[in-house]
Design a protein around this ligand. Structure first.
Ligand SMILES: [Zn+2]
Length: 573
């Protein structure tokens, strides 16, 4: 690639009449601005997992290269309880907590009462990989997001910039893509293809090819098996744990032990490395397009790798499958970096890798099998992992308990539309209650739900601003609740408790709590000339550092919410 694509003066001309963004970066110093920033969110990559496992991966893999060539921040802290995918991605890419961003849960009840993506937008349609609208299916958009994102700022400051965002989930692809991406794509399991929304550009020719139903089916037909070398590595890492542990689920016929030879659907494929393989293929094509662009336009390639999350939801993080997924992810990351080397040169790009939330463990495992050394009744560890067994909370059990107790206090219902974790939604009947009756209802809910593992119940409509600063329980809860978002009751889970993710009901694990095992993630920043190679930052960093640093690397102002964040690639370093 030409040299001029690598170093340029950080003079950003912001043509945004009426925009409330900050002023351009001062052209006072020569700042190395890579042409390409690759942001990678490994879904459910906890700080505890990174601390315990990344050092065990092969020296020629992607993680080792990122750690060797860049900065490792061991703990990026989210500042909201309800540590889930949509809220996490919105927080990373905007620098705002859910209370401000408006993206406070993965799902909300739709018109039929059934939970659906919080980003569902009835004014849009789903668009297939072939570019044709699927009329009976609503699409998704960022209409609910009230704040600007990294990508929004990028294309406003540099209108010729390219933004690509790929995930298996809309709630991960969209916060990264912003409102005006070049391409934002995710997987639709019902039609088994890569899709977008009519609010966004149609898939390109190469995206149509890589993301078609035929291509997705061909990838999953590979099955998930281990060769001898990987099997040995996995077996050694999993120590004495059996491949089929208590609590592991069987998703859509995938089975609970290797080989997972038959991956019979796109739904099952998500919980294998094959799901991410489709995303890596899209990323390779995007890198080819970026390399072929002779204008040298800056580019953001955002990947949210969802398979890591689904594998934990189905098998738990101490399973053979979790180790096998990690080593495969590591290899694919290494390949991606090599592709980026060829596309723009090793010094032509920066990489930031993090998680959108952490995760807990299978309730069925003993503390030793969960990697904890617990005296009887001992304290939680640095990551606040409890020694007591985790609790799996079934949403339908919550609804049944609430209905019963509300009927006893206030008379016959129905009172509850449903639970889309971590919120309960009331019927119109419940929503119209007086403040005094709502208070009664909240008190009754606390008593009814405590035995299920729910530590507190908060009236989500009554929560008042502003939230106190810091990371206290009160702050984390306050930051998680959007009082205008339509939810009624916030259900705060206790230590080790989680709502059943319903990927395989009654099995697997999840996340969503305010504790560090769910709330702390790692952040790796590879940025030649901008961060010191091999540096480790052990003290916690606010999640706002993600968008702040990314904007700094792209040479554009940070999104408003991230302005107070730390620039890990700042001039002082
Ligand atoms: Zn997630």
């Amino acid at each position: 690639m030409r040299d001029r694509s690598w170093t340029r003066l950080a003079v950003i001309l912001v043509a945004c009449a009426g925009c409330r963004g900050p002023r351009p970066v001062a052209p006072s110093s020569k700042v190395r601005t890579p042409r390409l920033l690759v942001t990678i969110v490994v879904d459910q990559l906890a700080a505890w997992e990174a601390a315990e496992r990344l050092g065990l991966l092969p020296a020629d893999g992607g993680f080792a290269r990122l750690r060797r060539e860049g900065l490792t921040a061991s703990e990026l802290h989210f500042e909201h309880a309800a540590t889930d995918t949509a809220a996490g991605h919105a927080a990373l890419y905007s620098g705002e907590v859910p209370r401000v961003s408006g993206v406070f849960a993965n799902e909300m009840p739709g018109p039929d009462g059934k939970p659906r993506s919080i980003l569902t937008d009835e004014k849009t349609h789903l668009v297939g990989s072939d570019g044709v609208e699927i009329p009976e299916r609503p699409g998704s958009s960022l209409a609910r997001l009230r704040v600007e994102t990294l990508a929004d700022v990028l294309v406003r400051a540099l209108p010729h910039a390219r933004v690509y965002s790929f995930s298996l989930k809309d709630r991960a692809a969209l916060p990264a893509s912003g409102r005006k991406p070049t391409l934002a794509l995710w997987l639709d399991v019902a039609t088994e293809q890569i899709v977008t929304s009519s609010a966004l550009p149609a898939p390109t020719v190469w995206a149509a090819r890589v993301g078609s139903k035929e291509a997705v089916t061909s990838v999953r037909s590979n099955g998930w098996t281990l060769d001898e070398a990987d099997r040995g590595w996995v077996e050694a890492r999993a120590a004495a744990a059996p491949d089929d542990q208590p609590g592991e689920g069987d998703l859509a016929g995938l089975g609970r032990a290797f080989p997972h030879a038959a991956v019979g659907s796109a739904k099952a494929m998500r919980a294998t490395p094959l799901g991410d393989r489709v995303l890596f293929a899209l990323a390779r094509s995007a890198l080819g397009e970026i390399a072929a662009d002779r204008t040298g336009a800056p580019a953001l390639l955002a990947l949210s790798l969802s398979s890591h999350d689904y594998v934990a939801h189905v098998f738990g993080p101490h399973s053979w499958e979790a180790w096998a997924q990690l080593v495969e992810l590591d290899r694919r990351l290494g390949d991606l970096l090599a592709t980026a080397d060829r596309a723009v040169g090793p010094d032509g790009y920066a990489v930031m890798l993090t998680g959108d939330h952490g995760g807990g463990t299978l309730p069925e495992l003993l503390p030793e099998a969960r990697g904890l050394r617990c005296e009887l009744g001992g304290p939680a560890d640095h990551w606040e992992r409890p020694c007591a067994p985790a609790r799996r909370i079934a949403p339908h059990a919550v609804v049944e308990s609430l209905e019963a107790v509300f009927a006893a206090v206030l008379g016959p219902g129905p009172w509850v539309v449903g639970v889309a974790e971590p919120f309960a939604y009331l019927t119109a009947h419940g929503g119209a209650l007086s403040e005094a009756d709502r208070r009664k209802l909240v008190e009754a809910a606390k008593t009814a739900l405590a035995p299920l593992g729910i530590e507190d119940v908060i009236d989500a409509r009554a929560a008042t601003a502003p939230c106190p600063a810091g990371e206290s329980r009160a702050t984390l809860v306050c930051n998680a609740i959007d009082p205008t978002g339509g939810a009624d009751l916030f259900l705060l889970v206790g230590p080790g408790a989680f709502f059943d993710a319903d990927v395989v009901p009654g099995f697997g694990t999840s996340h969503g709590s305010r504790f560090l095992y769910d709330r702390a993630v790692p952040l790796l920043v590879r940025a030649p000339g901008r961060v010191k190679a091999g540096e480790v930052r052990a003290t916690p960093v606010s999640f706002r550092a993600f968008a702040k640093t990314a904007a700094s690397l792209l040479g554009v102002p940070a999104p408003e919410g991230a302005r107070a964040g730390e620039d890990l690639a700042g001039p002082a370093r």
